[in-house]
Design a protein around this ligand. Structure first.
Ligand SMILES: Cc1ncc(COP(=O)(O)O)c(C=O)c1O
Length: 349
């Protein structure tokens, strides 16, 4: 049986007719929206579990696609509204966020500076290679010093007469999270238009902005499913000096405050599964390899090894552990990143 494309034709006009709390926020249209929701018929069948669907944010566009396109609509909108002529951000050398920021900056006519933690010996492939094509300038700093390097760069560029705008790692703040508040409105329209129902929503979380936005958006749209973020690198708050869940809660509270939503948010609103950390960030193991090849071979859809691939591996294990009822409908939110696949050829085949 062929994969059924459930919804592709909802137009952006449909969404703009809805009165939304973010309607007056600065926003630069960058994304191809709405992204399709598709039924993974063959993938679900090969797993023998519940019906699994996919929200194709790998198709958002902007030097391929991914979850950062949605965040960058609001971030670059804000930067332009504030008169910036330059953006600075940071990430790992294979950062999808850096690649998409470089593309958004090019589209908006802004200079783009990327701060990478680690060594410039890192191979010039995958996202790092695309950053070069997109015209971004690289800066290197020892791991753990990216924020300080961004601050120093901001001072230096300001001294040169430029107007830099600093974007946090992953675009995860109360501005970027608006992209995923808006995404929940988009999903809600698709649910209504196509009479869908989702009992579960599963996605990868790492710098927190997507989770904060999806959670706020789920409250505003009365989404009925259970939301579970699969951590691809963050550890529980009681095991780490960095309190990730509190960080995500802070972003969500910032969104609520900025939009005067008055939401009563607590840590309980942010369920995170930490069971799929594998051997660490960016280390590809058998679960990721299986997830990548299973989705590719049953549905012709690619996921990256670091984020969506790890979250999908988590979803596969949850199905095998009978965490879902056979009648459940599970939505996997594909957050993109497959451009990084090229940097993992050696371990993937
Ligand atoms: C492909 C991909 N998926 C998921 C995430 C995680 O999203 P967030 O950083 O908003 O938690 C990232 C973050 O960089 C990503 O690149």
């Amino acid at each position: 049986m062929h994969q059924k494309i459930i919804s592709q034709n909802l137009t952006a006009n449909t969404l703009s007719e809805v009165s939304t709390p973010f309607a007056n926020c600065a926003r630069l249209p960058l994304a191809n929206l709405p992204t399709p929701v598709e039924s993974l018929v063959q993938f679900s069948k090969s797993l023998g579990g519940p019906e699994i669907f996919i929200k194709r944010d790998d198709l958002t566009g902007l030097a391929t696609g991914g979850n950062k396109t949605r965040k960058l609509e609001f971030i670059i909108g804000d930067a332009l509204a504030k008169g910036a002529d330059t953006v600075i951000t940071a990430g790992a050398p294979q950062s999808n966020h850096c690649r998409q920021t470089a593309a958004a900056a090019a589209r908006a006519g802004l200079e783009c500076h990327l701060v990478f933690g680690g060594s410039s010996e890192s191979p010039m492939i995958g996202n790092r290679f695309l950053d070069q094509l997109l015209g971004a300038k690289e800066h290197w700093t020892p791991k753990g010093t990216r924020e300080a390097k961004m601050a120093a760069l901001e001072t230096e560029l300001t001294g040169q007469g430029r107007k830099p705008y600093v974007i946090p790692v992953g675009g995860s703040n109360s501005v970027g999270a608006l992209g995923y508040v808006a995404a929940m409105y988009e999903l809600q329209l698709q649910i209504e238009q196509f009479a869908l129902r989702f009992d579960h929503l599963i996605f990868a979380t790492s710098s927190g902005g997507s989770q904060a936005g999806l959670t706020v958006g789920s409250k505003l749209t009365n989404f009925e499913g259970k939301i579970t973020a699969i951590s691809i690198d963050q550890t529980p708050d009681n095991e780490s000096p960095f309190k990730y869940k509190e960080f995500v809660l802070d972003i969500a509270r910032g969104v609520s405050a900025n939009l005067s939503l008055g939401l009563d948010l607590s840590l309980n609103d942010f369920p995170i599964n930490y069971d799929f950390l594998g051997q660490g960030y960016g280390v590809v193991g058998d679960p990721e390899k299986e997830a990548i090849s299973m989705l590719a071979r049953t549905e012709g859809v690619l996921v990256d090894p670091v984020y969506a691939g790890r979250a999908l591996a988590g979803l596969i294990r949850l199905v095998r552990q009978n965490e879902f009822k056979s009648t459940d409908r599970v939505l996997f939110w594909h957050t993109g990143g497959e451009t990084a696949l090229h940097a993992y050829v050696d371990v993937l085949i």
